[in-house]
Each structure stands twice: as structure tokens, then as C-alpha cells.
Design a protein around this ligand. Structure first.
Ligand code: SAM
Length: 310
């Protein structure tokens, strides 16, 4: 519906995001000055002054004469994991999304995703962003999929790098194996070990751990690729499950809510052939892979498709 929201610019996110990207936020962890910041980071002095003044007005920076540094609230929000106000850098995933979305006109012409910004920090931002999104829903999803008696269930979490769902399964007594891409495993491996989760580095389009598993969990991965890849992934999942085992997919199902069509645009600008898929498409892939008893439920505001390997 047309409304005034389209007039809103997320100014705070854009200012803070740019300050993170250019190193200003990190440099402000210790006392510094506008001039020293511009010199150290090779930035334009006028631009640094304007942006740091805005950060101060927004409460991220404190000033004492010429000296500037991060405020106590900003330190808690960004760096202090013990603080109830801790957010980490999960907002940087949103910031990166905006940077791709503004290229939608070009994508409409060439049909290609926006080239990725190769900043190595982006893996961390993506994990933190995904983790934040999953935190509230994960325990309810784990309850729903594993019931009250998960003790020892062998769960394969495909693309489970942020470890939030994996940790919720493990908390119910499951033996969890997470498969994700090498940079993600490098970043999250130590945390997985501490949580008693086995983390395997690999590409789910090439192969899955042998199993057999009782449950294969596909959290928000089917929107990354196209129909052929998903059909093939479901076939591989079928091979990795024991007879009677379950596949569970969390994704936004096209045709059931308007947000699925809008999220399709996110996948258009960020992937080669990803998108949001209809329940009929999931049903077809599952059927071809030999699954039966396909269901669609809504749990903790997430759509969950489940099916059984006979
Ligand atoms: C959108 S995130 C979803 C994370 C988590 N499952 C959740 O639901 O919150 C997609 C995850 O899949 C991983 N991934 C993407 N392509 C992959 C591939 N080809 N093989 C293995 N993991 C992949 C990403 O690194 C990321 O951790």
C-alpha cells in the first residue's frame, strides 16, 4: 500500500554503517581527535567532522574539547557481550543489504546479482545478523521438531553456520552436525566446539555428510539457489536420512504471504538464481526425492515444511 514510510531514510544505520566500514568506530574505542581520525584512516577531514558530530548527536560518541571517543552506551551495544544492550555488529548485515538493494535498477536491466563487497568482515556481520534473526524462534522450532524426547537424535543442520538453531537442538540433547562453507566454519568452529556441535566445512551443492541422520534441518537455505539445486539438495538429503527420518525446511513460502514476494527481491539482488518458492514447488522437489507426509506449519512466526523419508 502506498504510505509515508517510503519517505523514510534509515539515516542512523547509514551513518553508523559508514563509520564501521571506514574504521571510525574501531578507532573511536580509544580517545582521539577529528584531525587524528582523518589522518589515521586517510579520510576527508570535513566529512569526518560532519559524521562524528552526527554520531555524537545520536549518542554514539562523547566529546571533551577536541577529544572524541565512543560513548559508554555505544561500547555496550557494540562490544560488551555481557550487557543487556549488546547488539554486536548484526546491523551491518542490514547495512550491506541496503548497499545491494540500491542497485535494483541495474539488476532489472542485466538480471545479474550485485557484485559482492569482498570485505572479509562481511562473514561475521552475516553470521551476527542471521543469529540475531533466529534467536527468538530457535527454542520453539527445536521443541516443535524434536518434541520432548530429543535425547541422542542425530541432527544435520545444513547451512547452520550461525549455530543458533544448532545450539537449540543440542540443548534438547540432540547430537548436532552443522555443515557450512569454509570461511564460516573458520569463523564459528571454536564456538561450535564449545557448544558440543560438530562443524563440517563443505558445499551442500556438492555433497552432504554421510549420516544416517534422524533429522535434516534446512534453515533459510532454499531461497539461496534455484529449482534445480533445491531438487538435487532434497535428493541428497533423502540419502543422508535414516528410513523414517525427517526433513524440515524453514523458509518464506511464496503465495502464502506478501513478504515472500518482497523477500524474492532480496534474493534477486543478492544471488544468481535464488528466490522464494511456492508450497507446490517444495512438494514437487520432496515428492521426486521420495519424501511423503508433507506438511506446512507456522511456528514462532516461521514457516516450517516437514516431510518423512519412508
Ligand atoms: C541465510 S543463512 C541461514 C542460516 C541459518 N540456517 C538460519 O536459518 O538462521 C544461509 C547459511 O547457509 C550457508 N551456505 C550458503 N551456501 C552454502 C553452500 N553452498 N554450502 C554450505 N553452506 C552454505 C551460509 O554460509 C549461511 O550460513
Amino acid at each position: 500500500m502506498p504510505n509515508d514510510k517510503i519517505m523514510t531514510i534509515p539515516q542512523e544505520l547509514l551513518i553508523l554503517g559508514a563509520a564501521v566500514k571506514t574504521g571510525i568506530v574501531e578507532a573511536l574505542r580509544t580517545n582521539t581527535t577529528y584531525t587524528a581520525l582523518a589522518e589515521k584512516l586517510n579520510l576527508n577531514p570535513r566529512a569526518v567532522w560532519v559524521v562524528v558530530e552526527a554520531l555524537a548527536a545520536l549518542g554514539y560518541v562523547v566529546k571533551e574539547g577536541e577529544t572524541v571517543s565512543l560513548s559508554a552506551q555505544a561500547r555496550d551495544m557494540l562490544y560488551n557481550q555481557e550487557s543487556p544492550d549488546f547488539l554486536g555488529f548484526s546491523f551491518m548485515h542490514r547495512y550491506n543489504l541496503i548497499r545491494s538493494w540500491v542497485h535494483l535498477p541495474e539488476v532489472l536491466v542485466n538480471g545479474q546479482p550485485v557484485p559482492r563487497d569482498q570485505d572479509p568482515e562481511n562473514t561475521r556481520y552475516f553470521m551476527e545478523g542471521m543469529g540475531r534473526g533466529a534467536r527468538n524462534a530457535a527454542p520453539a522450532i527445536a521443541d516443535f521438531l524434536l518434541g520432548k524426547t530429543a535425547g541422542g537424535a542425530r541432527v544435520l543442520d545444513i547451512g547452520g553456520g550461525p549455530l543458533i538453531y544448532g545450539a537449540a537442538f543440542a540443548a534438547k540433547g540432540a547430537q548436532v552436525t552443522v555443515l557450512d562453507l569454509p570461511p564460516v566454519v573458520e569463523l564459528m568452529g571454536e564456538r561450535a566446539e564449545k557448544a558440543g556441535i560438530t562443524m563440517i566445512s563443505g558445499d551442500f551443492n556438492r555433497g552432504l555428510p554421510a549420516g544416517p541422520f534422524d533429522l535434516a534441518f534446512l534453515g533459510n537455505i532454499c531461497h539461496i539457489f534455484g529449482e534445480a539445486e533445491n531438487a538435487e539438495l532434497f535428493r541428497k538429503v533423502g540419502q543422508a536420512l535414516r528410513s523414517g527420518g525427517e526433513i524440515a525446511v524453514i523458509d518464506t513460502v511464496r503465495g502464502t504471504k506478501s513478504s515472500a514476494a518482497v523477500f524474492g527481491v532480496n534474493m534477486l539482488v543478492n544471488t544468481v538464481n535464488g528466490g522464494t518458492w511456492t508450497f507446490e514447488q517444495y512438494n514437487a522437489w520432496l515428492g521426486t526425492a521420495g519424501f511423503t507426509h508433507v506438511t506446512l506449519d507456522e511456528v514462532a512466526d516461521r514457516q516450517v515444511i516437514r516431510a518423512v523419508k519412508p
